[in-house]
Design a protein around this ligand. Structure first.
Ligand code: ZN
Length: 160
């Protein structure tokens, strides 16, 4: 691991010390996301049908997507993943679906393939952690996770 990569990682953590995406009391209730239709009510986001008189905003997940500001990064390396990529991508998407069904603001933002790694970015820390644990559980390999100071961001590394 080279020094350039480490310093970039430090900077990402510092930028996200204050989670402007999920401050308590930020939204009146009920509030609905004008992009994805998720509903904020009783202090949490859900996929319940919004009442007609709901306030309209961008939910934290859609806001992060609009800002291109992920909360989670899952970095996947190794020949095993390359050899089983389709199968493991299906696993990743099914884990996302399970998490998102319960928690609308936990989603995959993007998946990019580079020469020696695949990077999954997410709108929440929980779905990133879930994907890492699912890969470990299904395929073993090596998993490590690194939270930002505030626990509003996470970097997950899985290799096999
Ligand atoms: Zn939304």
């Amino acid at each position: 691991m080279d020094r350039g990569k480490l310093s970039r990682r430090d900077r990402l953590v510092k930028e996200k010390r204050h989670d402007t995406y999920q401050q308590p009391g930020k939204w009146p209730e009920p509030t609905v996301c004008r992009e994805c239709g998720s509903l904020f009510q009783s202090g949490r986001w859900s996929w319940r049908k919004p009442p007609k008189q709901a306030h309209k905003i961008l939910c934290p997940a859609c806001q992060r997507i609009a800002d291109n500001c992920p909360a989670g990064y899952v970095e996947i390396r190794g020949t095993y993943f390359i050899e089983h990529r389709e199968e493991l991508l299906n696993l990743i998407f099914s884990e996302e679906k399970l998490e998102k069904t319960e928690h609308p603001i936990e989603r995959i933002m993007s998946i990019s393939h580079e020469d020696d790694r695949t990077v999954v970015t997410t709108t929440g820390v929980h779905v990133a952690r879930r994907i890492g644990k699912a890969l470990l559980h299904a395929c073993h390999g090596d998993l490590s996770m690194q939270y930002g100071d505030d626990e509003n961001s996470i970097r997950v590394y899985w290799t096999r």
